[in-house]
Each structure stands twice: as C-alpha cells, then as structure tokens.
Design a protein around this ligand. Structure first.
Ligand code: 5AD
Ligand code: SF4
Length: 468
C-alpha cells in the first residue's frame, strides 16, 4: 500500500503536521514510527509540539497503572487545541491508537466525543484510509478488529530506523498465556507469528540501510512459530532458535537480540543457540514475576520458581557469561511476607544484571482485579523498596565486574562530550569512550576503566585499525 501511494500520480502535496504521543513499551515506539511512515506519503510531517497540528495520534498502552485515566485526562488538554485550530477554518483530527483504543473503543467515543478516530493495534495499516474517511464525512470510524496478517503485509520497515545502528523488528504479536494480572491477551489478541520470509526481507532491508543490530520483538517472542520460508522443503513452522541462526547469515547484521520471553516457551534449541550462535548476544530478558509458587499459581504463570531457576542454570551452563534480566511484580493479591521473601530469595539466587520491578496494579477486566486479598499500597511500596535496593546492588555489582575487562562495543552515536562515542556492550550496557566518529556502526574493543549504576566507560583499544 505504501508503494501504491508513492507511485500514484500525486497532486501538489499540501504539508500537514502530525503530532504523536507514545505511551508504554518498545513495541509502541516501533508502532508509532510505522504510523508516521505510513502517513508520510500523505504529506504528514512529524512535529514536536501539538499546537496547531492537523493530526494528533495518542499511541496508548494499557499494561499498568491507570493508563486509560491518564489518556482521558491528556485528551482533555487537546480539546481546547482542537477548538483553537477550528477557528482557523482547519480541523484537528484526534486519533487514539494502541491498547487503550483496543480495550475501550466505545468508552472513548462516549467520554471524549471530540476524538475523531479510534484504531486498535491490528489495523494501523488502514490509517490513511480511515483518516481520509474522517475527512470525508467526519463521521464513524471505530476500527479495532483483529487483522494481524494484513497489518504486517502492508507496513514496511520504519524509515527512521534506517539511520540507526540498532533497530527493532516485530516478529510476533499477542499472547495466549492469560497471566491473571495482565491485559495483553485482551488488548493485543491471540498469539500470532510473522512468516520467516517476511522477517528475513525486513532484516535484509535494514542491513542494507546500515543497521548492524536487530532486536526481535514480541509480547511472547520465544513462542514464535513462523511459517517456514518458501524454499524450505520440510515446511512446518520455525521456532525462534532456528530463525535467529538463519538471520545471523545476513552478513551485515553483527548482533541479534530478542525480547520478551516466557519461561514456558523456552526450548533447548533456543538455549543452545546462545552457545552456538556468536551473533546472539549474551543478554537474556526472562520475566518471572514472583519467587513464590503459590503466587505464581495465582498469577497463572504455568511455571514454578524452581523451573525458572532450572532454565537460568541451563543457560549459564552453555553460556557462562550470560547476563540475566527479568520482570518482578510485588504485592499481587494474597502476597504474604513469606511469599515476598521467596521473591527476594529467587533474586539472590539468580543474581540479575538488571531487572524491572513493579507494584501490582489492578487492571479492570483481569482476574487479578477481582481477587480477594488486595494488598495495601503502603505494603506494596515498602516491599518494592526492599526489592529495588537488592536489584540495584546486583546491577551495580554486575557493572563493576566489567572493570578491567576488554569488551567488544558496537558504537551507535557520538557521546555527550566532544570526541566521545557511545555504544553498547554485548550485555546491553551503555559504554562511553573517546574515539573517532568513523567507528560508528562498527564494533571495536574497549578496555573498561569505570562503572556506574547505568553505564561503563573506558579506553578504546583498537582504534588504529579504523579510519577517523
Ligand atoms: N501490575 C504490575 N505490573 C504489571 N506488568 C504487567 N501487568 C502488570 C500489572 N497489572 C508488568 C509485568 C510484565 C511487564 C511488562 O509489566 O512484570 O512482565
Ligand atoms: Fe501478559 Fe503473561 Fe502474556 Fe506476558 S505472558 S504478555 S505477562 S499474559
């Protein structure tokens, strides 16, 4: 569809201003970039301030907190902007996209009738068409049905990623796990994987534009089951390990990562890929959510704490330096001090390189929200404080353990200070050192001299091999 729009004879294009506000995860950042690219052929240019723009998109996230309420209050701010714009004789089209749109479509139209368009995550490819129809009649345009396949067919790799060194590629969407705290299965729909051929085409295209690292994205990425490439005589679906090894054959791609995984979908092939495929980076994000089997059961996680530890042990057996990251929730309904202590114990056992931690937040419509034994906010905060202190110590210790080591760093951009470069270690740590700009998009060795909570700094070792 992008090509059709680009190649069709076009009238002199009017420039229109587009403002996008993105909430939530990497997947949403990626979706926003795609929406922007999809609208560019229609003359929409992204601007940084919302005043006087022609089109506003709120790309929303429903996963935590009172996300929907935040969107309503933010929307309220835009009503006067829309009225102001109307005085100039030009409309401002307000669109709500993303998971809140999926979950609350009708409610949004009721509470914020000045919203012109509500688009669920599966129908972004129809945005140009929908916006055109709003312009035509400024009427009905509620579009949140699931149409995952078509969406991927139509959306090309985001343009802006072309100048970046590291890019994201969505390979899977949706989730069938129904953890009792989570809205994703309701908002993003059933699990679906992109066919291997499509992923390969996108990665080759990114590589040709200078991308050196790809992160494969999916809500349940290691549940990947993509249709085999057309030239695979065996047919059948490919799992993630096989896909990673296949993508590693794209020469210019030097590093591969993927996120986010579920313990239940770990297979030995994927574990071995960390040992056998040097382009797969030794950093692995595997959420566990709790260390208490009782709470894990109530969360419907379908794994125990020791099964999780077992996976980590296997990974460390095949790839001893692997950095482990995770997600943790404290204060799930019914969590006792003993359950929380089991979480702390699991964290001590795993010894995380980094870990996200959240207070349980009641998401309407999820089973957790209706459970007895909701935990007092003060208790949640106090537990979160203890957990985060432990995690901060572990992260600091992990970073400090790099001092004195020499790490291969993929340089992504110039640093904040003149003459400085900024890149990433294999373990996803930010690394700063002095060096020539010619090193951007390349991997060079850096001797690590200092570590902080969030970054490493050091001295370039092999700069002489690179043109300034
Ligand atoms: N409350 C707190 N944290 C949540 N997460 C998802 N839903 C909730 C919720 N209702 C966290 C989980 C998940 C991460 C993306 O967000 O830890 O892995
Ligand atoms: Fe949500 Fe659980 Fe699915 Fe992750 S695995 S997206 S936490 S339901």
């Amino acid at each position: 569809m992008i090509e059709t729009i680009c190649n069709a004879p076009q009238p002199e294009r009017e420039r229109k201003r587009l403002f996008i506000k993105t909430y939530g995860c990497q997947m949403n950042v990626y979706d926003s970039e795609r929406m922007r690219d999809l609208l560019a052929p229609l003359g929409y240019e992204l601007v940084e301030a919302p005043e006087g723009v022609d089109l506003v998109i709120f790309n929303t996230c429903h996963i935590r907190e009172k996300a929907a309420e935040k969107v309503y209050s933010e929307l309220g701010r835009f009503k006067p902007l829309k009225e102001e714009k109307a005085k100039t004789g030009q409309p401002m089209t307000i669109t709500v996209a993303g998971c809140v749109a999926q979950a609350e479509g009708t409610e949004i139209r009721r509470r914020a009738p000045f919203v012109d368009l509500v688009v669920g995550p599966q129908t972004y490819h129809k945005l140009p068409e929908l916006i055109a129809s709003v312009h035509r009649e400024r009427g009905e345009a509620l579009n949140t049905e699931f149409e995952v396949e078509k969406k991927f067919d139509v959306l090309a790799a985001p343009e802006r990623q072309a100048d970046s060194v590291a890019a994201f590629v969505t390979i899977q969407e949706g989730c069938d796990k129904f953890c009792t705290f989570c809205v994703v299965p309701y908002t993003r729909g059933a699990q679906w994987s992109r066919p291997v051929d499509q992923v390969v085409t996108e990665v080759r295209d990114l590589a040709a534009r200078g991308v050196r690292e790809v992160t494969l994205l999916g809500q349940n990425v290691n549940a990947y089951h993509g249709a085999a490439p057309t030239n695979d005589a065996g047919g059948g679906a490919w799992r993630l390990g096989r896909l990673v090894r296949h993508l590693a054959k794209v020469d210019a791609i030097e590093r591969i990562r993927f996120t986010t995984s579920h313990p239940k979908d770990m297979d030995d092939d994927l574990i071995w890929t960390f040992a056998d495929e040097p382009k797969l980076m030794p950093y692995f994000h595997l959420p566990v959510q709790s260390g208490s089997d009782r709470i894990l059961k109530a969360m419907n996680r379908s794994h125990t704490a020791s099964e999780y530890i077992g996976i980590i042990e296997k990974l460390r057996a095949v790839r001893p330096d692997i950095a482990i990251s995770g997600d943790m929730i404290v204060g799930f309904p019914g969590e006792t001090e003993e359950d929380f202590e089991a979480t702390m114990e699991l964290v001590r056992q795993v010894n995380y390189a980094s870990c996200f931690s959240f207070k349980y937040s009641r998401r309407p419509g999820t089973p957790g929200a209706a459970m007895f034994g909701q935990i007092d906010e003060r208790v949640k905060s106090e537990r979160l404080g203890r957990l985060q202190a432990l995690l901060a110590d572990q992260q600091a210790a992990f970073n400090t353990s790099m001092v004195g080591k020499t790490l291969p760093v993929l340089f992504e951009r110039e640093g904040r200070d003149p003459g400085q470069l900024s890149g990433r270690s294999p373990y996803l740590q930010a690394v700063h050192c002095d060096g020539p700009v010619g090193l951007i998009r390349q991997i060079a060795h850096v001797e690590i001299l200092a570590a902080t909570k969030n970054a490493l700094s050091g001295r370039l070792i092999d700069k002489d091999s690179v043109a300034a």
